[in-house]
Design a protein around this ligand. Structure first.
Ligand code: ZN
Length: 261
């Protein structure tokens, strides 16, 4: 069985900035999808902001094992109901890979519960990505470190919750460092944040970046992701308890009541 990845792209810079469209003539999401699907074990589809329901219908999400998210200029245009839908699917067990400027996306901020802010500088600096967790599945096949000749600097402090695991730490030519590969779990869903991917550099053509993307999709896949509602909070009537019990004390709620929210 192939893993099913959906690559969500905001698709704004590609259509409004010549520098970006020269590097990614078919859109960043299409190039990311090519990298993710390059070894044949991951089936890819793309979705963009401009599509109906941003391309993330119930049907698409139901058939997505791992969602990759690239956004920057239009985080505020993503509809809250779609963010809610993606979040529920993550709780159910869908994997989520948040790329680069996606640190400020509504979905990442909602799932983290913190500002997710950082320092930044657009100066085409060399980035050296150190593998600090070499036995982690996301680092499989990578050297001790690899470099991108041009990247945007992202610097600490990165106001995210303490991660489950730190896979990469990056150093930039200007001297700053950044925790550039972090894992989280929210509900049954595994989440990976990965820093490289500024739109004016050819990051999504780099072989090592391709390795990280594919490894992270494989790592985030949860074969037990169900489509039951994780927000459901059913009342169990006394008569339906696994063991027979007598009701005692005063009561506020009726058997089977929906309960307060
Ligand atoms: Zn950027």
């Amino acid at each position: 069985m192939k893993l099913r990845a959906t690559i969500w792209g905001e698709n704004v810079h590609e259509t409004t900035n010549q520098n970006v469209s020269d590097i990614y003539p078919e859109g960043m999401h299409s190039q990311i999808a090519k990298m993710v699907g390059a070894e044949g074990d991951i089936e890819t589809r793309t979705a963009t902001l401009q599509q109906k329901e941003h391309g993330l219908t119930d049907e698409v999400l139901k058939n997505t094992d791992v969602l990759l998210w690239w956004g920057h200029a239009a985080h505020g245009d993503v509809k809250d109901e779609i963010v809610e839908r993606v979040m529920r699917r993550v709780w159910q067990g869908m994997g989520l890979i948040v790329l680069h400027s996606g640190h400020f996306s509504k979905i990442f901020k909602r799932l983290m519960g913190t500002p997710c802010a950082l320092k930044w500088r657009e100066a085409g600096e060399r980035e050296r990505i150190w593998v600090v967790n070499p036995s982690h599945p996301i680092a499989k096949g990578l050297p001790q470190y690899f470099e991108l000749e041009n990247e945007e600097m992202y610097g600490e402090p990165f106001s995210v919750p303490e991660p489950m695991e730190t896979v990469f730490i990056s150093w930039y030519q200007g001297g700053e460092v950044f925790r550039s590969g972090l894992t989280y779990k929210r509900g049954a869903g595994k989440i990976f944040y990965f820093q490289p991917g500024h739109e004016t550099y050819p990051t999504y053509y780099d072989e090592n970046i391709g390795i990280v993307l594919r490894n992270s999709v494989r790592w985030a896949f949860n074969e037990n992701a169900t489509f039951a509602d994780p927000g459901d909070a059913p009342n169990v009537p006394t008569g339906e308890a696994p063991e027979k019990i007598e009701e005692r004390g005063l009561k506020l709620h009726k058997d089977g009541e929906a309960g307060l929210r």
